[in-house]
Ligand binder design. Sequence first.
Ligand SMILES: NC(=O)c1ccc[n+]([C@@H]2O[C@H](COP(=O)([O-])OP(=O)(O)OC[C@H]3O[C@@H](n4cnc5c(N)ncnc54)[C@H](OP(=O)(O)O)[C@@H]3O)[C@@H](O)[C@H]2O)c1
Length: 368
Amino acid sequence: MPYPYVLLSAAVSLDGYLDDTGKDRLLLSSPADFDRVDEVRASVDAILIGAGTIRADNPRLLVNSPDRRAARRAEGRPEYPLKVTVTASGDLDPDANFWHTGDKKLVYTTDGGAARARTAVRDTADVVPLGPELDWHRLLADLHARGVRRLMVEGGGTIHTQLLQRGLADELQLVLAPLFVGDPKAPRLFGPGTYEPGRLTLVDTRQIEDVVLMTYRPAVTPADHHWLSLACDLAALCPPSETAFSVGAVVVAADGTEIARGHSREGDDTVVHAEEAALAKLDPADPRLAGATVYSSLEPCARRASRPAPCARLILDAGVRRVVTAWIEPDTFVQDADGNGLLRDAGVEVLLLDEYEGRAKAPNGHLL
Ligand SMILES: NC(=O)c1ccc[n+]([C@@H]2O[C@H](COP(=O)([O-])OP(=O)(O)OC[C@H]3O[C@@H](n4cnc5c(N)ncnc54)[C@H](OP(=O)(O)O)[C@@H]3O)[C@@H](O)[C@H]2O)c1
């Protein structure tokens, strides 16, 4: 089931708080950073916040720049992104700014919260119950079915914590503000619980006036699962061979869009490899290649007889810096092929998701 690209956005104090306990919202970002947030809002299809943030901050959650709204209209998009909230209780203030500004609004809730939520929001928003408990997978699938491809999540902490702990976040944009809150009753960005193991990848840092924006990507994102699964599906399309593996590959740009796909022995080329077929569809000067990820059901080859350049070399020459694969190449045709090692030695980030190994092997059973 495809999900939107999920971008978590938050600003925190140096001691990790999202707000203080005062009546008014604590301003953590700087003016230029608020403008950057406006730019990110203008780029997405939907913005989600928890009902707690509506109650605490009464935000409008708009794209404030007229130029950015005009640009959205010119692209045939609604002037404002869809506004989304989640509530279990249905305890929503009918007079909150959220309902009376911007474009369409959507409330995801539980079966138990639906009646109260509908009474509160009346005809200002659609209310969607998602079962006895709110299921984030169903929520994201439903948003995707409504055409949402990029979702910005603007808090609060309970929402960010759940999405990160469930491995459903693709990106975290975190702004560190140079002040302390120091009140243990204030809301924190991330709560206790079990997070995906390992370190996040620091993708970018930027100073904006006196705050610092850090962009992180979890080691494995929901998109990685989606695209590697698709690569395994493509492997099943390959014309069978007794002398080569059946492999599928997809090239995906940094913004989460597919830019090419291929599979072994595609078209009239009886020896072409999946990664080679996919990369051949792209202009070598395509600027998206530098930020792209290659998903391949099998580790890219390090040596091959049928063509001068193995796929690991083609990936390096294309300038791709990230590869996700399902299955280490067995010694069937080449002894000790180590395409992943070759890529890693050249500084490429290589991720092996071996839970897909069975699916990657399936069309190759006769060779193993
Ligand atoms: N600095 C920043 O970047 C930033 C950004 C946003 C918010 N904030 C601050 O964060 C604070 C609010 O954060 P918060 O953690 O208290 O609230 P929150 O995350 O905005 O909302 C929590 C509420 O969302 C609903 N909810 C969450 N998970 C749910 C689930 N699985 N199923 C159904 N409903 C669910 C519940 O609503 P019900 O109670 O209605 O059931 C819950 O009480 C405020 O102080 C705000 O100023 C700061």
